[in-house]
Design a protein around this ligand. Structure first.
Ligand SMILES: *[C@@H]1O[C@H](CO)[C@@H](O)[C@H](O)[C@H]1NC(C)=O
Ligand SMILES: *[C@@H]1O[C@H](CO)[C@@H](O)[C@H](O)[C@H]1NC(C)=O
Length: 158
């Protein structure tokens, strides 16, 4: 079940960078995610641009390069330079650009759903639920949630 941890990590990443860069801009990735009932932290730091078509739900987030980090010294999570998906209220589907390494396999995270206080992550044939509150912190490329003082511990219970 290690892949679950990675997925959680991923989620936490999604919204934080943009929020810091454009705290007052309504169309920042961070605010956009919140508009769709997702927590901050679904995008990693380093997002350079973001697009959202509000009528179709198509979104994309661009990173400065690939981003990966290890979770709890065991699991790897990877973001490609372009992350795409279809977003609607509490439902992020057809996700591409995010994968998690489980044992020896890289699995694409294809869907994230919000169910009340939980987020359900799916790699297609398998899914797992995690508390939304675990995604309020923003992981960073390279070190994830444990980059230094005050930022660690988010995933300690996993
Ligand atoms: C947004 O999505 C709608 C519906 O699919 C489409 O008609 C429109 O061209 C899209 N806009 C952009 C800027 O891609
Ligand atoms: C993107 O990468 C370039 C080249 O490494 C660097 O100069 C630039 O500061 C980076 N931009 C961001 C937002 O990290």
């Amino acid at each position: 079940m290690g892949w679950r941890i990675i997925i959680i990590y991923l989620s936490a990443i999604l919204l934080c960078v943009s929020a810091h860069k454009h705290p007052n801009k309504p169309n920042s990735p961070y605010e956009a995610m919140q508009q769709y009932k997702f927590p901050a932290g679904l995008l990693p730091e380093g997002v350079t641009s973001y697009t959202l078509n509000e009528s179709s739900g198509e979104f994309s987030a661009h990173l400065n390069g690939s981003c990966s980090f290890t979770l709890e010294n065991s699991y790897e999570l990877q973001y490609k330079p372009v992350i795409k998906g279809l977003i609607s209220q509490g439902w992020l589907k057809k996700l591409s650009g995010v994968s998690v390494k489980v044992v020896l396999l890289w699995l694409d995270v294809v869907e994230v759903k919000r169910n009340g206080a939980s987020l359900e992550f799916s790699v297609g044939f398998k899914s797992a639920d995690f508390p939304v509150e675990n995604f309020e912190e923003c992981p960073r490329c390279g070190c994830g949630f444990d980059c230094g003082s005050g930022n660690g511990g988010v995933l300690e219970n996993w």
